[in-house]
Design a protein around this ligand. Sequence first.
Ligand SMILES: CCCCC/C=C/C(=O)SCCNC(=O)CCNC(=O)[C@H](O)C(C)(C)COP(=O)(O)OP(=O)(O)OC[C@H]1O[C@@H](n2cnc3c(N)ncnc32)[C@H](O)[C@@H]1OP(=O)(O)O
Ligand SMILES: NC(=O)C1=CN([C@@H]2O[C@H](COP(=O)(O)OP(=O)(O)OC[C@H]3O[C@@H](n4cnc5c(N)ncnc54)[C@H](OP(=O)(O)O)[C@@H]3O)[C@@H](O)[C@H]2O)C=CC1
Length: 265
Amino acid sequence: MYVPDLFAGKTALVTGGRSGIGYGIAEALLKLGARVCICARKPEPLAAAAAALAKHGTCVARPCDIRNSEEVEALADLIQTEFGRLDILVNNAGGQFPGLARQLTDKGWNAVINTNLNGTFYVSRIMAERFFIPQQEGNIVNIIVNMLRGFPGMAHTGAARAGVENLTKSLAQEWARYHVRVNSVAPGTIISSGLETYAEPVKALLDRMKQDNLMQRHGTVEEVANAVLFLASPLASYTSGTTLYVDGMDHLHGNRMRMVDMFRK
Ligand SMILES: CCCCC/C=C/C(=O)SCCNC(=O)CCNC(=O)[C@H](O)C(C)(C)COP(=O)(O)OP(=O)(O)OC[C@H]1O[C@@H](n2cnc3c(N)ncnc32)[C@H](O)[C@@H]1OP(=O)(O)O
Ligand SMILES: NC(=O)C1=CN([C@@H]2O[C@H](COP(=O)(O)OP(=O)(O)OC[C@H]3O[C@@H](n4cnc5c(N)ncnc54)[C@H](OP(=O)(O)O)[C@@H]3O)[C@@H](O)[C@H]2O)C=CC1
């Protein structure tokens, strides 16, 4: 539905682009003419993903843990060398594990906060300093999660993603003067490689969540990617500091306590 050259001449970085939603976003950007860099921690699957994506256009990859700002600086060096500029940053890398809040150790809590909140901030700040602010142009889309009514059973990620949603509003206002737009996409439950990382009893809960959804289904990677394409494009030129929910209305409706109830049984 988008014009085929929507992102011609543009360059994009998709963190966590080796799998699932990030891979789908990278593929969609490439198909619309962008040159794309992807990063993730695991070098082998990252290289395989970049090779597969390269059939759609120019795709480069570099291993990078977004929690390490030195590695993020090295990623910016690669983008400078390969592309000379960056137009679009998609902060997609992230994740968490299920558990009741009182069971979360300091290490587990910090792993999730460092990944989802701190890593997103490091990448945003470094790419803005290196590219967007000198260019006086840029675009950031953060992939968060539906946590509007809290995230019992995953309190760490709820807190981290709420932090990113608020960061979205702050950066959008601070960086408007540099013509940088910052928005978030909040997916509900999306059929992707990410869901495969969950074991029972969460797997059974996923079926229950599908029945609870007012559209009676989970979302697709393409539906998330389509929202990112819109926000990253000039179609959204007057939209910044906002969050678009791609969740079949789960943020409005449904029992948020199902995961907690499941752990209590
Ligand atoms: C149920 C519906 C949800 C729908 C909405 C959301 C869906 C999604 O987001 S799907 C995407 C899911 N994908 C992922 O979550 C993949 C990425 N996740 C991770 O890489 C990890 O979960 C991470 C975020 C914690 C980062 O990992 P890393 O820093 O590499 O950490 P470690 O694996 O070394 O673990 C550190 C520490 O964290 C605790 N911990 C980790 N996993 C679990 C677990 N499954 N259960 C309990 N605790 C866990 C633990 O304390 C770890 O330390 P050690 O005990 O020393 O191992
Ligand atoms: N699937 C779903 O239902 C939903 C997903 N989301 C969010 O969407 C995003 C993508 O999820 P999805 O594709 O499903 O899951 P995946 O687990 O497939 O994707 C996570 C990606 O992030 C990368 N990553 C994780 N930690 C880091 C890190 N510290 N530094 C760099 N890269 C990292 C992973 O690669 P590697 O392990 O090699 O580092 C992987 O490519 C995540 O933020 C997820 O939480 C939000 C709502 C719902």
